[in-house]
Design a protein around this ligand. Structure first.
Ligand SMILES: [Zn+2]
Length: 294
């Protein structure tokens, strides 16, 4: 499955292809323009985190990884190779839906090896000013996210979702990224959003939006959930735990990931027996179960 587009931040044109990964591969990005150099989607490779999450290994950059990784987690894909011929993932429509559709077209194959989960055993809470992120022990993966954005259409929004029952596809995947017209000039001048357009992000004006309609009335907070799920994918495994975030962002999401991985008393690796194995779902015409790939 392939597509082409431009990177939101770099504006760079990019061709992307998703290939099946063997059991145990995890998610691996492959730069076809740099002799197929591979960068694994794991916390150790996290490079730079401000407006997007970027990975770097031996100087090779993979930028804005969160939307495709979010799609993989939301669909229960554990193993895949993502080929791209430039440094940034395409932004497409600003959501994870195009990636979900690519995977659905390719079909999902169940792999024999049972999936390993990262099960949270002890709570972790992190605070930074009025920003907060935490994860608590639970038998499934759920997220509760709050934002408080000074805009007439947003204000305080909270969205809570159980990621284990197909909710991701219905309630999260299509939520688009957003930015305000007011910040646009400064961000463009700094070269931060060379690829931004009305086709790939919701543009907020002072009192409304420029390119409606919204896909959900609370699309903004849903997109934050999408980003969080994509950033937490850098744990390298599906989580069993309840994540709570308030006004966090990529930096706090990835800080939580490294905090969890640093302290092995916070979690354990478990395999869940097929019978109780609810944290994924089958797509029509495809089987998704323990350890899935494309
Ligand atoms: Zn995003």
């Amino acid at each position: 499955m392939e597509c082409s587009g431009v990177g939101l931040h770099s504006g760079a044109p990019v061709f992307l292809r998703i290939l099946p990964g063997r059991p145990g591969t995890g998610i691996v990005f492959r730069r076809t323009d740099l002799d197929d150099f591979e960068v694994e989607a794991i916390s150790r490779n996290v490079a730079r985190v401000s407006y997007a999450t970027s990975l770097m290994k031996k100087g090779v950059l993979i930028s804005t990884t969160e939307h495709i990784l979010s799609a993989f987690i939301g669909m229960g894909i554990d193993n895949a190779i993502v080929e791209l011929d430039n440094l940034e993932l395409p932004i497409l429509d600003g959501s994870a839906r195009p990636f979900v559709e690519m995977v659905q077209k390719a079909g999902i194959r169940k792999q024999r090896r049972p999936r390993k989960y990262l099960k949270i055993r002890r709570e972790v809470e992190m605070r930074e000013g009025n920003k907060f992120i935490a994860v608590y022990p639970a038998d499934s993966y759920s997220v509760s996210y709050s934002i408080n954005f000074p805009h007439p259409l947003i204000g305080k929004e909270t969205f809570q979702v159980e990621l284990s029952n197909g909710s991701y596809l219905r309630h999260v995947a299509a939520a688009r990224t957003f930015g305000s017209r007011e910040d646009e000039r400064a961000m463009r001048n700094m070269g931060l959003i060379r690829g931004a357009s009305r086709e790939n992000c919701i543009v907020l004006t002072r009192d409304g939006i420029e390119n409606g309609p919204l896909r959900f009335t609370d699309e903004f907070v849903r997109h934050k959930v999408l980003d969080l799920v994509g950033d937490l994918a850098l744990l390298g495994k599906q989580i069993l735990g309840k994540v709570v975030a308030d006004r966090a962002g990529h930096a706090m999401h990835t800080a939580l990931v490294s905090r969890i991985l640093r302290d092995k008393t916070l979690w354990e690796e478990v395999t869940v027996s097929e019978k109780d194995d609810t944290p994924h779902f089958a797509l029509p015409g495809a089987q998704a179960a323990a350890g899935s790939s494309l």
